[in-house]
Design a binder for this molecule. Structure first.
Ligand code: CP
Length: 335
């Protein structure tokens, strides 16, 4: 329940003030204190969303998704609606001047005139940066090709800390062993999650990457394994899912991998199902959409935290958006 997380974090809204007008690009750009305060605000909103129904009145979100999305687009738009704002949504770049060769910098200049915040998903990694250079309103990276999906990582961490709030407190000694099924180098949600975990390294006793043998040579994005090790996270790898599962507290599975600017389903080489040898109190996280790799048999078990993860993303995004666009101190005054 979000109230346990609320109790675990002492309020200090000053950290949220720095989010005003800030672009959100990478999974590790926020420091630990800012993330904690963001999770606290998200938990506060989740505990009573109706108290936050007006911070973005008369503000306009430009929701630009040039690649398919169910959760990210709709949860951002739901979050903005719930905060009282209005939305302009583009779901197909061919309906804009980009199809006629318009430069992204010019599109960004127009966005400055029409809205208060941009959420962008694009299979081209560079589009985000081309737009950022011309934007005077904040932009959120909602997935830029293979590169990153930072608000998914924030939603993943929010789910983990709601489950075990004591993990936020380094002095508690609480730690979890996390298994990630897939190839981080080819999964933007995992790339961002590993960066986010590096900010909370004290909470991770071990990170196990469980992958197919064919991907052994290309597991990590450049510098990612070194970043985790430098922060003190023990990183191991395995190709044997069922050998790993009995010791894992959190199992993170993903269906989508990237080759260049094109996504594929990762396949069902690894499959979680009702007979998988999971620890009794282990949770499964999945950014969704799922494929064959995650059996629906698990939906009605206590291991299912993936639906809670997706639901919590709305409140996490409400907290983030309201601090980016409205001054956080006014939001905090509401409570
Ligand atoms: N988690 C996620 O990015 O899902 P969508 O592709 O549906 O947005």
């Amino acid at each position: 329940h979000p109230k346990a997380l609320l109790r675990a974090i002492q309020e200090d809204g000053d950290y949220l003030l720095q989010l005003a007008n800030q672009h959100i690009v990478a999974g590790d750009q926020l420091d630990q204190n800012t993330m904690k305060q963001l999770f606290r605000l998200a938990a506060k909103i989740e505990s009573n969303p109706k108290r936050f129904s007006s911070p973005l009145q008369n503000k306009i979100l430009i929701s630009a998704f040039y690649e398919p999305s169910t959760r990210t687009r709709l949860s951002f738009e739901s979050a903005w609606h719930r905060l009282g704002g209005d939305i302009m949504s583009i779901t197909d770049r061919s309906t804009t001047g980009i199809a006629k060769g318009e430069a992204l910098a010019d599109v960004a200049e127009m966005f400055n005139n029409y809205g208060d915040c941009v959420v962008l998903r694009d299979n081209q990694q560079s589009s985000l940066y081309e737009m950022m250079d011309a934007l005077r309103i904040p932009i959120i990276n909602a997935g830029n090709g293979l590169d990153e999906h930072p608000t998914q990582a924030l939603a993943d961490l929010y789910a983990i800390f709601k489950w075990r709030p004591e993990l936020l407190d380094a002095s508690s000694g609480a730690q979890i062993k996390i298994g990630v099924i897939g190839v981080p180098n080819k999964m933007r949600t995992v790339r961002s999650l590993l960066k986010g975990l590096s900010v909370f390294a004290h909470a991770v006793s071990e990170l196990v990457i469980i992958h197919d043998a064919a991907s052994s040579a290309e597991l990590f994005a450049p510098g990612q394994r070194e970043q985790l090790s430098q922060r003190g996270i023990k990183v191991t790898t395995s190709t044997e899912l069922n050998d790993c599962l009995p010791s894992l507290d959190v199992v993170y599975i993903n269906a989508i991998s990237w080759e260049g600017d094109t996504f594929h389903t990762y396949g069902d080489a690894f499959h979680l199902h009702a007979k998988s040898p999971l620890k009794a109190d282990a949770i499964i996280l999945h950014p969704l959409a799922r494929g064959e790799e995650l059996s629906t048999e698990l939906d009605h078990t206590p291991h299912n935290w993936y639906f809670s993860q997706a639901r919590g993303a709305v409140f996490l995004r409400m907290a983030l958006l309201t601090c980016m666009v409205e001054r956080a101190e006014r939001v905090i005054d509401v409570v």
